[in-house]
Write a protein that binds this ligand. Structure first.
Ligand code: GRF
Length: 199
């Protein structure tokens, strides 16, 4: 059984896609053992509760020093004894100690075809604003391993999505989520779970 911790900051639609994949059996041999949010108001926490998944909030606001928040975050992850950590719209810079503790065991979903529109400053709607400003005809999403850089780790899966006339950043964001993110994030977890079982 692949033990997965999912880290979230917001609405949690990617978390929902993973929950649905586990419950439908599309993601094999996998259990979501904990959801961690840095934001106590994240709707993702309610999604976890609805599915009886252990959910905790570790907020930087509760710590005077960033180092103390980083330590608490790592502790919340470690307690759950994960085989895989999934960053599903997690807007926190992953502390170096966490990356060192879980090499090739942290994956992230990014809403563009890396190496386009990625790196420092490219998150949320900014990614789609940049894609529209550049006039690309296709964008998409990427699931990649997390290393010390920003969006620089090995790519696991990508899926292109067409940009259409009249797209706004919000419309494009929604299409990229529906057609790419919610598809390849569960797929990538299933690939990792299946590899683990065959070892
Ligand atoms: C997604 O666009 C994801 O790629 C980005 O943040 C958004 C998260 O959405 N990093 P949700 O919280 O999963 O609904």
């Amino acid at each position: 059984m692949l033990r997965v911790v999912v880290c979230v900051s917001g609405g949690g639609t990617n978390l929902q896609a993973v929950i649905d994949g586990v419950e439908s059996g599309a993601i094999h041999n996998t259990q979501i053992v904990r959801v961690i949010s840095n934001n106590k108001n994240a709707y993702a926490l309610e999604r976890a509760a609805e599915h009886k998944i252990d959910a905790v909030c570790v907020s930087p606001r509760d710590y005077a020093e960033r180092a103390d928040f980083n330590a608490a975050l790592l502790e919340a992850v470690k307690e759950a004894e994960p085989d895989l950590i999934v960053l599903a719209g997690f807007l926190v810079a992953i502390p170096p100690a966490m990356i060192a503790a879980y090499p090739k065991k942290i994956i992230n979903i990014h809403p563009s075809l890396i190496p386009s529109f990625c790196g420092v400053g490219y998150y949320g709607l900014k990614v789609h604003e940049a894609a529209l400003a550049r006039g690309v005809k296709y964008t998409g999403a990427t699931v990649h391993y997390v290393d010390e850089g920003t969006d620089t780790g090995p790519i696991i899966l990508q899926k292109p999505v067409e940009v259409l006339p009249g797209d706004t950043p919000k419309i494009l964001q929604q299409r990229v989520m529906e057609q790419a993110e919610w598809v390849i994030l569960p797929e990538a977890i299933d690939m990792i779970a299946t590899e683990k079982r065959s070892k």
